[in-house]
Design a protein around this ligand. Structure first.
Ligand SMILES: [Mg+2]
Ligand SMILES: [Zn+2]
Length: 245
């Protein structure tokens, strides 16, 4: 018996958005208006590419970015939650699916020595080029009309579950923990026995509440959370129940 825990990153594991937090590295801690207003819906990676290019032009380099990123606070209770999971890895597989990028997530999780909890991290590839500029790429291409062009979290989750099945791992239950609008698509992939955990008051929660029952394409059970402590309480119940059965 094994559970799959799927974590979003921004506003879930950390209590802010890494892509907007990086703007603190810009002169005056803000972007020029022309850059800020250049965002087009669904094209977040392209927008962030322009932001990183601007930061590069301003002389912002990796060490400064890293210092800024590792200062982002974790969501309350997340350390306790992830440590609890780390001690029970025989019961839990644990992955991150995020629209941030691999450099930011590595810095932040390594800095807190939480990287080892996760079996896989799915996020946009990134690297520093020869001039010291951060360059980010699309995670993949997909045909989903609901998701930003660079990343459909449902596709990633579906493929992960498929690959695991081919390796003989079938999950008793999937628990999906997230906050954002792009977490809705993977939540719709969940089955009746699974659990969606939207963060209270955030976009995913608002989307779920707006859905009328007859149109609801969500089959999973829904549990709202505000801090990692509530998720931890739920996981404890889950383990108690599974040992009783
Ligand atoms: Mg998020
Ligand atoms: Zn999608």
């Amino acid at each position: 018996m094994k559970f799959l825990l799927v974590f979003d990153f921004d506003h879930t594991i950390i209590d802010d958005n890494s892509d907007t937090w990086i703007v603190n590295c810009a002169p005056g801690r803000k972007l020029p208006d022309v850059l800020r207003s250049s965002y087009e819906r669904g094209k977040w990676t392209e927008y962030m590419s322009r932001v990183f290019h601007y930061l590069g032009d301003q002389g912002v380099r990796a060490d400064e970015m890293k210092k800024m990123m590792t200062a982002i606070p974790f969501t309350a209770g997340m350390h306790e939650l992830l440590n609890f999971i780390a001690q029970r890895k025989h019961m839990f597989d644990c992955i991150v699916i995020s629209d941030s990028n691999v450099i930011f997530i590595d810095w932040i999780l390594k800095g807190s020595s939480l990287l080892g909890v996760f079996d896989a991290i799915f996020t946009n590839p990134a690297n520093f080029d020869d001039f010291g500029y951060l360059v980010v790429q699309n995670f993949h291409a997909h045909l989903c009309s609901e998701c930003p062009s660079n990343l459909c979290k449902r596709k990633i989750l579906e493929e992960f579950v498929d690959v695991q099945l081919q390796h003989g791992v079938q999950y008793t239950k999937i628990v999906y923990i997230g906050d954002g609008g792009n977490d809705l698509c993977p939540v719709k992939f969940l089955k009746k026995n699974d659990v969606a955990m939207p963060r209270e008051g955030y976009e995913l929660h608002r989307w779920i509440m707006q859905m009328s029952p007859e149109h609801a394409s969500i089959r999973s059970y829904i549990i709202v959370w505000s801090t990692g402590f509530e998720i931890l309480s739920y996981l404890k119940l889950l383990l108690e129940d599974s040992f009783e059965n």
